[in-house]
Design a binder for this molecule. Structure first.
Ligand SMILES: Cc1cc2nc3c(=O)[nH]c(=O)nc-3n(C[C@H](O)[C@H](O)[C@H](O)COP(=O)(O)OP(=O)(O)OC[C@H]3O[C@@H](n4cnc5c(N)ncnc54)[C@H](O)[C@@H]3O)c2cc1C
Length: 309
């Protein structure tokens, strides 16, 4: 299948890119890794007048940086780079989730920020952004604005990005000390979009009891769904948490729909089972996590130094 014809722009810098996007308005679409956009073009499900290829903007849009308690991922960071480079100590959930994104060949081209803008309710990274209280940085000729994750995902394949804007980075917040995380999902074949999946964090208090837990689900709502499980788990000893009850709590807050891949009933069942599975895994992970974010960040700098050496 071939795409409809389109105008092709390949700006050499960020200022030029946002200028071109401003001129094009709703007629322009950014081309990043092309792993979602090109199939849509080929299937004629999208027919933009012009594509603005940002792949020459690596100097301005590349790189993963830890700034204070935030991890900033530039718009040209590929899934595979995030998986390889981390930051694995400061924010292990990034690696835990990215390993489930598509297949290696797709991860080599597809970008994390592209996946966020694409806003597929079955994609992993939007849920991670929501769970990490992250945000998106969006540039245009009027300047840069920051949109919190909770306001960015508006519906299936619909985000708060406006015509003329370029997403320059995504920022994920480093979790509190003693926070463990896990990503679990079920898909029909390895690498396929999940029928249901979730990221879950468990935070332990200084006395070792569970202080809180949160989960963000994919493929069970039109946007990533954040569920706070704290009321069900807080105060319990880690081994005494009733994870089945946490799963039921989450099930009561989801309204999945039937589609050709799975019934709503099966997806709701998965929410319960996978919440319990992720809860136990995140609890174990929490036991090995540093007691403060500062210690996690110090560990990260040490690991980065070893990787760079
Ligand atoms: C067979 C297959 C299986 C897949 N499985 C999964 C999966 O299991 N999980 C998953 O999460 N993803 C999956 N994907 C999608 C993949 O992760 C894509 O890489 C990702 O969704 C989009 O990233 P991209 O860089 O390729 O974006 P593109 O395809 O280039 O763009 C996607 C959309 O985002 C916009 N966009 C991209 N970057 C920017 C930017 N910086 N600023 C403004 N707009 C931008 C584009 O205009 C377009 O509308 C799969 C893809 C394929 C082909």
């Amino acid at each position: 299948m071939k795409p409809p014809s389109f105008e092709y722009h390949r700006p050499a810098g960020l200022a030029e890119a946002v200028g071109v996007l401003a001129d094009l308005g709703a007629d322009g679409k950014v081309l990043a890794g092309g792993q979602s956009l090109v199939p849509l073009l080929n299937m004629r499900l999208a027919a933009p007048h012009a594509l603005v290829d940002i792949n020459r903007l690596g100097a301005e849009l590349g790189g993963i940086r830890v700034d204070g308690d935030e991890v900033r991922v530039g718009a040209l960071v590929r899934h595979s780079e995030l998986l390889r480079e981390g930051p694995h100590d400061a924010l292990p959930l990034l690696r835990q989730a990215t390993g489930h994104v598509a297949h290696e060949t797709i991860r080599n081209r597809g970008t994390t920020v592209g996946s966020l803008v694409h806003a597929d309710p079955a994609a992993e990274m939007p849920a991670v952004l929501v769970l990490c209280d992250g945000s998106m940085q969006l540039a245009s000729t009027s300047g840069t604005r920051t949109v919190p994750a909770a306001e960015f995902f508006l519906g299936p394949l619909e985000s708060a990005l406006r015509p003329g804007e370029l997403a320059v980075s995504a920022t994920f917040r480093v979790p509190p000390g003693r926070t463990g995380s896990a990503w679990v999902e079920v898909s029909r074949r390895a690498g396929d979009y999940a029928l249901c999946g979730l990221g879950l964090t468990v935070t332990l208090a200084d006395d070792g009891s569970v202080a809180g837990a949160r989960a963000a689900y994919i493929s069970v709502a039109s946007t990533p769904l954040l569920v706070d499980l704290t009321d069900v788990v807080a105060g319990a000893a880690p081994d005494a948490v009733d994870w089945a009850a946490a799963g039921e709590h989450a099930q009561a807050r989801t309204e999945p729909e039937d589609d050709i891949h799975a019934t709503a009933e099966y997806r709701r069942h998965l929410v319960g089972v996978l919440t319990a599975r992720a809860g136990r895994a995140a609890r174990e992970h929490a036991r090995s996590r540093p007691s403060t974010p500062e210690l996690a960040l110090a560990q990260e700098s040490k690991s980065q130094g070893t990787r760079d050496a």
